[in-house]
Design a protein. Structure first.
Length: 401
């Protein structure tokens, strides 16, 4: 473990499992923890439960030293695009350190799995199965592995975090080769989508369900650190969260109704005829959940459909996903995080900004501004006047800069 550790995260919301991960990372030798965090939308293809400013603040209060935002087009991509966005962000921040991540596969199994999947015939077989059987790429890889002497490894591909971890190994090897890896073994009860808690550990999905079932946040207190519980309570009391999916549903459906097939085909994540399936089912749907259920198939997973529809509603095209990122935005820090920025400044390969107004004029800046306005509309008490340009980084121990 090097002195600087990168953690790719969403903290939606921050919970005791995340706290344990940071502590294990520090116990392994990390002195500075840099969180590379998604913004107001997350990789599962939906708005975050709370806006990025408060999630970044909670991260610093619970052990991170610096929080930088992942580019939105990368966040709303598949595992490969998500990993590439994180690797490029780490590289822009100097690209030297250790990537700490959690997955169900232990270190030996993870690297065995990587070696097995790098075999050219196996990947050819998986590509054939994905196309002929109309199944997802992870499922096709599983079936291809099942026909080899590495069948014992195929079950790990059912874990999205292990699939992501494999993409991290490739993406960081290409974009940030000075970063090494520290896998943290997770128990099966700590899966990101577990529907029931194990002691004081619960998945983000379980905690979000509690938040939406209750008008107040007290029930989540067992599963999140005290600073997170307090911050969530303040957000709920002020009508700033949790962000309401039903409001996003109205926004997204209205945007989709004005789109044609050729427009949808340019959207990030839309391929293999997905645009036709969306447009065919759209007239029969009054909300996004119904649309997701009607469009889903063996080929199109819920997560892929959700991401594509968020991208369509925000105007994120494949071209934007492949464009170079024009800046890195800092969301929160403490004194160690400030020292990291000072010491690494000469190694930055992109502008590192504290406020959106400092960012280079670009489509990325316009997209960040739009995503912030949409998120503000989704609050229980909408704040239509709030803009991303008013958001400053949280600085632990000081007034917001």
């Amino acid at each position: 473990m090097r002195e600087t550790a990168f953690i790719i995260c969403e903290y939606n919301p921050f919970h005791n499992g995340h706290l344990c991960h940071i502590r294990k990372t520090r116990d392994a030798g990390a002195k500075t923890v840099v969180a590379l965090m998604s913004g107001n939308f997350v990789q599962r293809g939906e708005p975050a439960a709370f806006d990025k400013a408060v999630r970044a603040e909670i991260a610093v209060l619970c052990g991170a030293d610096l929080v930088a935002e992942l580019p939105l087009p990368a966040v709303l991509s598949d595992a490969k695009g998500f990993a590439e966005g994180a690797a490029k962000t780490a590289a822009a921040l100097g690209g030297n350190g250790t990537l700490s991540f959690g997955c169900l596969a232990g270190e030996d199994s993870l690297f065995d799995l990587r070696r097995a999947l790098s075999a050219h015939p196996l990947r050819e077989r998986a590509a054939f199965l994905a196309e002929s059987d109309h199944i997802t790429w992870p499922r096709a890889l599983q079936r291809a592995l099942d026909g080899t002497g590495e069948a014992r490894l195929s079950g790990f591909l059912e874990d999205p975090n292990t699939v992501l971890a494999l993409e991290y190994l490739t993406a960081f090897g290409n974009a940030a080769p000075d970063v090494d890896f520290y896998p943290v073994r997770r128990s099966d009860s700590a899966r990101h989508d577990a529907l029931s808690p194990a002691g004081d550990l619960a998945s983000g999905k379980y905690i979000r369900r509690l938040l939406f079932e209750e008008s107040r946040g007290e029930r989540v207190g067992r599963y999140v650190p005290p600073p997170c519980e307090k911050a969530i309570g303040r957000q709920i009391a002020a009508g700033r969260g949790p962000l309401l999916p039903d409001r996003f549903s109205v926004f997204a459906i209205s945007r989709l109704l004005g789109m044609k097939a050729e427009q949808l085909r340019r959207v990030n994540g839309v391929s293999q005829g997905l645009e036709n399936r969306i447009l065919r089912e759209l007239p029969h749907c009054s909300d996004l959940q119904t649309l997701y259920d009607r469009v889903k198939s063996k080929r199109y997973t819920h997560a892929r459909i959700r991401r594509a529809i968020v991208c369509a509603s925000l105007g994120i095209t494949r071209e934007m996903q492949t464009e170079p990122f024009p800046y890195v935005r800092i969301l929160a820090m403490n004194d160690r995080g400030r020292s990291f920025l000072r010491e690494r400044a000469g190694a930055f390969t992109l502008p590192v900004v504290m406020n959106l107004s400092q960012a280079p004029v670009s489509r990325a800046r316009e997209l960040d501004a739009l995503a912030g306005r949409v998120a503000a509309m989704l609050r229980p008490a909408p704040f239509y006047g709030d803009t991303e340009y008013a958001v400053r980084p949280y600085v632990f121990g000081k007034e917001k800069a």
